[in-house]
Design a protein around this ligand. Structure first.
Ligand SMILES: *Cc1c(COP(=O)(O)O)cnc(C)c1O
Length: 400
């Protein structure tokens, strides 16, 4: 059943397979394990090549954008690969393919592109990356490959943007991971990694066991695990089919647009996500001089919403965003409710004193001629009191 899922997903990603050829891939515990395995395969392939050429093979590196998900940092640290990150900049929150290719050197095991950045859902330009890298490989004689981290986008792009070339249609894309438990529509604990062909997964990493009655190749970092997620994934794939997945994704996309337009209508937010990416809305306050996104997140909890606020990675750390990921069960009605509640929160914040760090200047008191600065504690207590009074006076129908 696992192999059938791998085959379906590899075809979805346009793997160049002959009619009866089996795809190469494995079910994992989420994209994180998938990424460890893909990274390990790249490292081993690169090392074998360097050894054969009689060149040093002790300083592998990997090129990514600074927007990578934490599991890439984990891979780099656990498997001793240097992580070379392309920095972000104001208004551009994904890896710049030109800069990434500039950073590639003879020790680069692969460039990792993201289809659906965790931070704003944006698709990186894998096609441009591929074209630039083909050119660079031609000039240098290297054969630096590409991995696509399609944790979210892998189950979005094939259905919503079938024309977008990001997958095995591009010659340098050698492996792709996708999370079954994101838009694969399965409960938590499943991901997939597929390779372009058998040649891209070094045989030495595969273990063959026969004590269960047949030859079973295995390549995983986790060991025994339950099969329920694989069964659930297989069920969803054949129950929904291409058409079914497309309907679900279109619906998510439409609801994300309802949310986006509602937020735009308040006139208070900049939208940081793109319309053609993962169905999510990432947004920041146009004016956060009095109140910031963390306060919005905090106050939304009173209405039962948990909307994360976070800062962008370097060099865009001064940008804070709120993010709402729209999944299958996030209906249009919920999107409209969220806009109403966010509007209420904005209204309440407008009536509150400005936050501690931005506006409260530290007052100074004179006592027997010495100047005492108000302690942070005292100032904080004042702020808390102000908030408490406000909340007590306005106890409404909030939950949590
Ligand atoms: C979620 C995510 C991951 C990690 O995936 P898990 O399935 O949670 O292990 C990796 N990369 C990206 C871009 C993600 O969005």
């Amino acid at each position: 059943m696992q192999n059938r899922c791998v085959n379906i997903i590899a075809h979805l990603f346009n793997a160049p397979l002959e009619d009866s050829e089996a795809a190469v891939g494995v079910g994992t515990v989420g994209s994180s394990e998938a990424i460890m395995l893909a990274g390990l395969a790249f490292k081993r392939k690169w090392q074998n090549k360097r050894k054969a050429e009689g060149k040093p093979y002790d300083k592998p590196n990997i090129v990514t954008g600074a927007n990578v998900q934490v599991c890439w940092e984990k891979f780099a640290r656990y498997f001793e690969v240097e992580l070379k990150e392309v920095k972000l900049r104001d208004g551009y929150y994904v890896m710049d393919p030109e800069k990434a290719v500039e950073m590639v050197d003879e020790n680069t095991i692969c460039v990792a592109a993201i289809l659906g950045s965790t931070l704003n859902g944006e698709f990186e330009d894998v096609k441009l990356l591929n074209d630039l890298l083909v050119e660079k490989n031609k000039q240098t004689g290297w054969d630096t490959p590409i991995h696509v981290d399609a944790a979210s986008g892998g189950f979005i792009a094939p259905f919503l943007y079938p024309e977008l070339e990001w997958d095995f249609r591009l010659p340098l894309v050698k492996s792709i991971n996708v999370s079954g438990h994101k838009y694969g529509l399965v409960y938590a604990g499943i991901g997939w990694v597929v390779w372009r062909s058998k040649e891209d997964l070094p045989e030495e990493l595969i273990f063959h066991i026969n004590y269960l009655g047949a030859d079973q190749p295995t390549f995983t970092l986790n060991f025994s695990k339950g099969s329920s997620q694989v069964i659930a994934q297989y069920y969803q794939l054949i129950r929904l089919g291409f058409e079914g997945y497309r309907n679900v994704m279109e619906n998510c996309q439409e609801n994300a647009m309802v949310l986006k337009e509602g937020l735009e209508k308040t006139g208070r937010f900049n939208i940081i996500s793109k319309d053609n990416g993962v169905p999510l809305v990432a947004f920041s306050l146009k004016d956060n001089s009095c109140h910031d996104e963390f306060e919005v997140a905090e106050m939304l909890r009173r209405f039962g919403w948990i909307v994360p606020a976070y800062t962008m990675p370097p060099d865009a750390q001064h940008v804070t965003v709120l993010r709402v990921v729209v999944r299958e069960d996030f209906s249009r009605t919920l999107a409209e409710r969220l806009v109403i509640d966010i509007t209420k929160v904005l209204h309440e914040l407008d009536m509150l004193p400005a936050k501690l760090s931005a506006k409260i200047s530290v007052k100074e008191k004179t006592q027997n001629g010495t100047i005492l600065k108000k302690s942070v504690m005292e100032t904080q207590r004042e702020i808390t009191d102000a908030w408490k009074k406000f909340v007590m006076a306005k106890k409404t129908n909030g939950v949590c």
